[in-house]
Design a protein around this ligand. Structure first.
Ligand code: NAP
Length: 338
């Protein structure tokens, strides 16, 4: 990453649009004066930063469901920040807020879009993960599209990541047999020991992934929660049952492709199995967020969900954490502590 020091406040901007996988040189750390809160504004100090695979899409100059990041402007993601000065009566110094904020150590904001978070009941970072977009995506994607029934087999790719690990646990709560696919033996162990998955496969070391899926899913696959797309998904689709539901949550294996990837075509499997394949963006279910957050909170409090994080320390390491998502460097939610 390039460094251009002119003042005190650290800011990370998109210096260059990545070609393929993002690299450190695509980001730039700059320094600017710490801003001052005007009337009606608050001054925030960043405490925890969420990095998420979808940010990669925003680094391309292509229209999508969220606008692209601008070159030489700060990137943004979900951030937990502390109020250190306030000219807004709704916020007092010391309050913690969560919202879509810029990759800046200090920034001013209006209260718009910021959630005041309670710190008494639960650790702060849960609001970036299991009680934030991650938990909502896992719960709503699985229940609204996957529609799990007790006894069904649920297969999850990207299973040891932020979304995948929550999907599997909710699948267990709903009585499914849960199988995870992940990229290391350590992750396979974590899925079985901490998240209660019935079976897990390391797709990086299994020579015959298709055969391995067949072995651990002797009754076929009723629900496939897809976080990765590509070859792993092609292999899972071989074993879907009649009326299977395929929840297309993400396709991280394809986010860095520079040209269109052609894979096996899915129509024959979908037709022959009367299967449903549906993509979604979590905000499609925004009207259900309050009730879903309550449910997730209750499951956490009741000890039915556990939560795992990979935390990197240091503001400058935000790009490293983001790049690490594409190298499988995280177990559970990837977060940077500032
Ligand atoms: P995550 O799973 O915590 O982190 C990404 C993980 O993806 C990595 O740890 C890595 O695990 C795996 N991965 C990276 N490159 C891969 C590849 N080439 N092939 C297979 N696996 C690969 O991330 P997350 O935040 O939970 O997001 C998971 C998926 O959900 C992403 O596709 C994301 O875009 C999507 N998502 C969608 C929505 C929505 O509204 N639809 C919302 C949030 C997230 P391994 O070690 O297992 O490879």
């Amino acid at each position: 990453m390039f460094v251009d020091q002119i003042a005190m406040n650290k800011v990370i901007v998109l210096y260059r649009r990545p070609s393929g996988k993002a690299v450190q040189g695509d980001f730039k750390l700059i320094f600017e004066p710490v801003p001052v809160a005007d009337d009606g504004e608050i001054l925030l100090k960043t405490r925890f930063v969420s990095v998420d695979p979808y940010l990669r899409g925003r680094m391309n100059d292509k229209p999508s469901y969220v606008p692209p990041f601008k070159l030489n402007k700060p990137l943004q993601s979900a951030i937990i920040a502390e109020v250190i000065d306030s000219n807004d009566t709704r916020f007092k110094i010391g309050d913690m807020v969560c919202g879509n904020l810029e990759w800046k150590e200090y920034q001013v904001a209006t209260g718009k879009g910021l959630q005041l978070i309670q710190t008494a009941d639960i650790y702060l970072t849960a609001y970036l993960g299991i009680l934030g977009m991650t938990g909502l995506t896992a719960c709503l994607g699985l229940t609204e599209i996957g529609r799990p029934k007790p006894g069904e087999t649920l297969v999850i790719s990207g299973a040891a990541g932020a979304v995948g690990s929550v999907v599997g646990q909710i699948g267990k709560i709903m009585g499914c047999r849960v199988v995870g696919i992940a990229g290391s033996d350590q992750k396979v162990k974590l899925l079985k020991s901490k998240f209660n998955f019935d079976e897990a496969i390391n797709y990086k070391t299994t020579m015959d992934l298709r055969g391995a899926i067949k072995t651990v899913c002797p009754d076929g696959v009723d629900i496939y929660f897809d976080n990765v797309g590509g070859k792993i998904s092609d292999d899972v689709l071989n074993y879907i049952n009649k009326y299977a539901r395929i929840v297309v949550c993400g396709a991280i294996s394809m986010y860095n492709e520079t040209s269109r990837v052609l894979g096996p075509y899915v129509q024959p499997s979908l037709v022959s199995k009367s299967a449903l394949m549906q993509g979604f963006i979590v905000s499609d279910f925004a009207d259900q967020f309050p009730a879903t957050k309550k449910q997730l909170f209750k499951w956490l409090m009741d000890g039915k969900l556990s939560y795992h994080e990979t935390i990197l320390e240091g503001f400058e390491r935000i790009p490293q954490a983001f790049i690490g998502l594409f190298e499988g460097n995280n177990e559970g939610k990837m977060i940077v502590k500032v």
